[in-house]
Unconditional design. Structure first.
Lengths: 420, 165
């Protein structure tokens, strides 16, 4: 009998069934997130389902993050509907400006090793970094979770992603994720889990791992899950009082495929418009003019990202004329830390426009929108045409350091050249 | 399964949900009757006006990738489109489709041309009237079939109150 993957073990635990890849299971959900982008519809489905009470309000979290600040009577109304429901049923609601729901789930210790967390937003996969089976769902599935506390899932096959060595200077977690997207393609992990493994994992901070898990969905993956280690436990130490039981893969677990990435040999990557898997070596795109640089999102809006970006901006002498730099911290906790250590002031000193913590410009629902014909380089996870609210703009995706390097020259630039 | 008869409306690979309906549109309304006028607006500005009830979307791989927003399904249904045929779907689009009663059909779509009349008598097979080719979509997992047969996740949950395998 073959051993089991992390995903198989977690879904067995949560369903009480002997779960193997391909099986259908019904699982207890430890936590479910909904945002202002998904909850309003979920409440309609919930009502239509005959929902009179939520099964377990303690396992539900609402976050107002897509419309921050709300700029129309319609979005104000969406927020009001969510606030009223949350108050009535004692659901935790994170107000507009507190941050991106995914970042808040992680910061508040709601995604725990060995757990199952779903989010009505595709980037719920982010929490896989914490050894949690985390996946995105739609509004109707969220409504069902609200009603019965459970979800049906097909136990996915897993692709083992073995990381070896250590990242060289100027190369970051985002480069690993983009390299992987380039290797697997936009649907290379469809219906499957990515399971990260190998000695390279220990060299990555929890913030690095969040970047890799976050981009898993851009390869079609159901989740992007890491093993738990001392780094995981240290991150959670002051964030939860709850006991948790990490899950490790069996040595003889079965994988649909194994891919290896030698971190030592990796160089900066960039995704070209308009698909996340159009990934090339950044040096091959060097010199491409950019007029807007976006630092933020649930991929690249954490403290470490802004530190990396700032170091490059300082080395490069600031933002080139004609470049708009937009900064959106992923959460208030991130912004407060940036304020405390001077990062925010330094970015503002370089002319950055700072937007309230939230999804910001990433999906074009709020924040700064690029103009017609503008090329944007962004720390985000998606570069679909129209993604940032203007179908006449082009979006490049790269690491925070590479985005900052582009800001210093007004063109795609290898961050290693600027830091030298 | 539902009987179908409609014109094929062709799209390519990796059609993302933002291109089905721009997420900026759902700020103003979640009503499919409103959103349908913006269906695929950045892919083909004439598409929304040209849709006829019964039209079937036909695409390549990874249909519905990107955001899990459910308006990308309800807007398609709102336009009178009962089914999407694709070589593969993103998992969130697939789930959302089933939950709302939009039929997601996984099959080879290479041989289908724009405007081909596609017919299904409800037994699952789909016949291309022009080419005479018959396509057999991959079977749905039992729970998805049950949800679809109930008419979507809303009636399914009204009946069962919980998921039953």
């Amino acid at each position: 009998m073959a051993g089991r993957t992390i995903s198989e073990k977690i879904l067995a635990r949560k369903s009480g069934q002997d779960a193997h890849a391909g099986d259908l299971v019904v699982c207890e959900v430890d936590c479910a997130l909904g945002t202002d982008g998904s909850v309003p519809m979920a409440l309609d489905y919930f009502k239509a389902m005959g929902g009179e009470n939520v099964r377990d309000a303690a396992r539900l979290v609402f976050a107002l993050d897509h419309y921050v600040p709300p700029t129309s009577p319609q979005t104000i109304a969406l927020h009001r509907v969510m606030r009223d429901f949350a108050k009535r049923f004692s659901v935790t609601l994170h107000e507009a400006g507190e941050g991106i729901g995914h970042q808040l789930i992680v910061e508040t210790g709601r995604a725990l090793p060995g757990g199952l967390v779903v989010g009505a937003d595709s980037h719920a996969v982010t929490y896989g970094a914490l050894n949690c089976f985390a996946t995105g769902i739609g509004s109707s599935d969220l409504a069902a979770v609200m009603l019965c506390g459970r979800i049906w899932l097909r136990v996915p096959d897993s692709i083992r992603v073995v990381l070896t060595g250590q990242l060289p200077g100027g190369v970051y977690a985002k480069d690993i994720a983009l390299a992987l997207a380039g290797m697997l393609g936009a649907d290379g992990a469809a219906y499957q889990a990515l399971e990260f493994a190998g000695p390279g994992v220990a060299t990555l901070t929890l913030e690095d791992r969040l970047v890799l898990s976050n981009l898993a969905v851009e390869m079609g993956a159901k989740t992007g899950i890491f093993p738990a280690d001392a780094e995981t436990v240290a991150y959670l130490q002051d964030r939860t009082g709850q006991a948790f039981e990490p899950v490790a893969a069996d040595p003889d677990a079965h994988y649909s495929q194994t891919v290896e990435i030698a971190l030592d040999a990796l160089t900066p990557r960039i995704a070209l418009p308009h698909l996340v898997d159009q990934v090339v070596a950044l040096e091959d795109a060097a010199g491409t003019p950019v007029q807007m640089v976006y630092l933020g999102t649930c991929t690249g809006g954490r403290l470490r990202d802004f530190h990396q970006a700032l170091a490059v901006l300082e080395a490069g002498g600031g933002v080139a004329p004609g470049v708009q730099l937009v900064v959106t911290p992923a959460s208030r906790e991130v912004r407060d830390a940036m304020t405390a250590d001077g990062t925010l002031d330094a970015l503002v000193g370089f002319g950055a426009t700072v937007v309230e913590p939230g999804c910001g410009s990433c999906c074009g629902t709020c924040g700064v929108i690029p103009g017609d014909g503008v090329s944007v380089i962004s720390t985000a996870n998606r570069n679909f045409k129209g993604r940032m609210g203007n179908a006449k703009a082009s979006i490049y995706l790269a690491s925070p350091a590479a985005c900052a390097a582009a800001a210093t020259r007004g063109a795609v630039t290898d961050p290693r050249e600027v830091s030298r | 399964m539902t009987a179908l008869r409609g014109r094929a409306r062709l799209f390519g690979d990796d059609v993302n949900t933002d291109s089905i309906i721009s997420s900026t549109r759902k700020r103003e309304s979640l009503d499919p009757a409103v959103l349908r006028q913006f269906l695929f607006e950045h892919v083909d500005p004439t598409f929304a006006a040209s849709v006829q009830p019964g039209d079937i979307l036909v695409a390549g791989k990874n249909f519905g990738c990107g955001s899990a927003m459910e308006v990308a399904v309800t807007t398609v249904l709102g336009a009178g489109i009962p089914a999407v045929m694709a070589r593969s779907f993103s998992r969130t689009y697939y789930r959302n489709a089933i939950n709302n009663g939009l039929l997601p059909l996984v099959c080879e779509t290479d041989g289908i041309r724009e405007g081909d009349i596609l017919i299904s008598d409800g037994t699952g097979a789909i016949r291309n009237e022009r080419s005479g080719e018959t396509l057999i979509p991959e079977p749905l997992p039992p729970i998805m079939l049950a949800i679809l047969r109930a008419g979507g996740l809303v009636p399914y949950m009204r009946q069962n109150g919980d998921f039953k395998l």
